[in-house]
Design a protein around this ligand. Structure first.
Ligand code: SAH
Ligand code: DHB
Ligand code: MG
Length: 225
């Protein structure tokens, strides 16, 4: 065993089998996504469980998610909500959204989750106008070039104590490459520069290995807003 993908996969499989319970609805969501040909880029089961635990720790009653895909992370997060809690999830791809809607319904979360279809930058203004939020937890996991934009919006729609988590920030280590030609990487660097000068936020980034390779997430706690 060593620092290779095979080992990362084996450990995630072991942790998944021992610590991450998967009922019919979660299995069904993964199966429906695979059957419909969606890319298999959802959070890994151990990562999903962490998100769910963060939402519980947070006592989150309102959650905002950028990037629904087939609804796997959506279902995990929505299950952390207390009675009366609400989750809004934003998805650009109408076909993915249809698959997610079915899985969310089968999970019994149709009344808890609101899925809005369209590029998030186009669906956010209506959310703002409707006065949704503040969100206790925001999970940013959509198009990576827009992560800093989504972060700024989430911060404006947070309250002191809100948590904002952004996935896919480390990107195989390219986060450390100032001269990276990858726009998604440059966006994560801008996110960090923005956080560095943002007095309302305490933040850190944790590198991860696992079934999704070498990546990492940024986690930010809103101190005051
Ligand atoms: N959170 C999901 C995975 C999301 S994958 C999970 O862990 O289960 C990223 C998703 O973001 C894809 O479904 C993609 O279609 C969506 N996406 C891409 N660009 C977007 C945009 N501009 N607005 C909203 N969603 C977008
Ligand atoms: C991709 C998106 C993700 O959210 C992720 O966790 C991994 C990969 C992608 O678009 O390739
Ligand atoms: Mg992701």
């Amino acid at each position: 065993m060593g620092l290779d993908q095979e080992t990362f996969d084996a450990v995630d499989a072991f942790v998944g089998e021992t610590l991450v319970e998967h009922d019919e609805a979660l299995r069904g969501a993964l199966e429906a996504a695979a059957a419909a040909g969606l890319p298999e880029i959802q959070v890994s089961p151990p990562q999903g469980k962490l998100l769910q635990m963060l939402a519980r720790l947070q006592g989150a009653r309102t959650i905002l998610e950028f990037g629904t895909l087939g609804g796997y992370s959506t279902i995990l997060l929505a299950r952390a909500l207390p009675a009366g809690g609400r989750l809004i999830t934003l998805e650009a791809n109408a076909e993915y959204a249809e698959v997610a809607r079915g899985s969310i319904e089968r999970a019994g979360l149709g009344e808890v989750v609101e899925l809005r279809v369209g590029p998030a930058l186009e669906t956010l203004p209506a959310l703002a106008e409707e006065g949704t939020g503040p969100f206790d937890l925001t999970f940013i996991d959509a198009d990576k070039v827009n992560t800093p934009n989504y972060f700024a919006w989430a911060l404006d729609h947070s309250r002191p104590g809100s948590l904002i988590v952004a996935d896919n920030v480390v990107r195989g280590g390219s986060l450390a490459e100032a001269a990276s030609a990858d726009e998604a990487t440059q966006a994560q660097r801008r996110l960090h520069e923005m956080l560095a000068t943002e007095p309302r936020i305490a933040a850190t980034t944790i590198q991860t290995v696992g079934s999704k390779g070498y990546d990492g997430f940024t986690i930010a706690l809103v101190d005051a807003s």
